[in-house]
Design a protein around this ligand. Structure first.
Ligand code: SAH
Length: 220
């Protein structure tokens, strides 16, 4: 777990962030640790300046390359699911994007391995995490649909991009007792799924309808 370094980040008013957390609680987020981290993590530094004033609205926002910064509710929901069966040590994130979800995770688990296929997005995210002095994050520019086999097994895997079918590589790279949280579907219908791996089974729970960008193979 890594504590953020917030000097000089220019946090917006505490009230704005408190309001965001109140909304998350109204939407059913209960994990106190997750709520605390969302209360203190600056979301505005993950956006271009022109959009920074909208950082604490509960919306997905553009980050370039037709990608989006995930909606705070969905970041909180996925993180809560990830932690629901006890603390996680090694976590794989597919789709670093802006690095916001990465930063939330880095404060709640031991180590985050984050894979992104779009190089310029990865570079910006890496700079932001360096600024925040989050030291427990490792980045890779690659197709995250293939996981990160050299670092497997993972206690949890979280994907911020939706495949049409769950990649078997991700299930293979889960530890026994591990959980995979990801959106699955096409550009019309998607559902968040929780996949739990036990000694001799893989259990799937459909959580709720969502809308994510697609998981795309290859890198740019
Ligand atoms: N949690 C991120 C979400 C970014 S959107 C945030 O809040 O900023 C999803 C990201 O997944 C995009 O950056 C997209 O480029 C990335 N992505 C899509 N397919 C991928 C793949 N196969 N491997 C790695 N990253 C992928």
């Amino acid at each position: 777990m890594s504590k953020l370094h917030l000097d000089g980040i220019g946090m917006t008013s505490q009230r704005t962030r408190d309001r965001l957390v109140t909304r998350l609680m109204e939407q059913g987020i209960k994990n106190i640790e997750v709520l605390d981290v969302m209360r203190t993590t600056p979301r505005h530094i993950f956006l271009d300046e022109a959009l920074a004033h909208r950082a604490y609205e509960d919306d997905a926002l553009p980050i370039g390359f037709q990608q989006t910064l995930s909606q705070p509710y969905i970041v909180a929901r996925m993180t809560e699911l990830l932690l629901a069966a006890g603390p996680r040590k090694r976590v794989l994130e597919v789709g670093t994007g802006s690095g916001y979800q990465t930063t939330v995770l880095a404060q709640l688990v031991d180590v985050v391995y984050s894979v992104e296929r779009i190089k310029p997005l990865q570079q910006k995210a890496r700079e932001r995490l360096r600024l925040l002095k989050a030291r427990n994050v490792h980045f890779k520019h690659a197709d995250g649909g293939l996981g990160w086999p050299q670092k497997a097994p993972f206690d949890a895997i979280l994907s911020a991009a939706a495949p049409e079918e769950v990649p078997t590589e991700l299930i293979d790279q889960l530890a026994v007792g591990g959980r995979l949280i990801l959106p699955v579907g096409d550009n019309r219908t998607q559902h968040l799924r929780l996949i739990e791996k036990t000694e001799n089974a893989v259990n799937v729970t459909v959580v709720e309808p969502v809308f994510f960008v697609p998981l795309v193979s290859g890198v740019i």
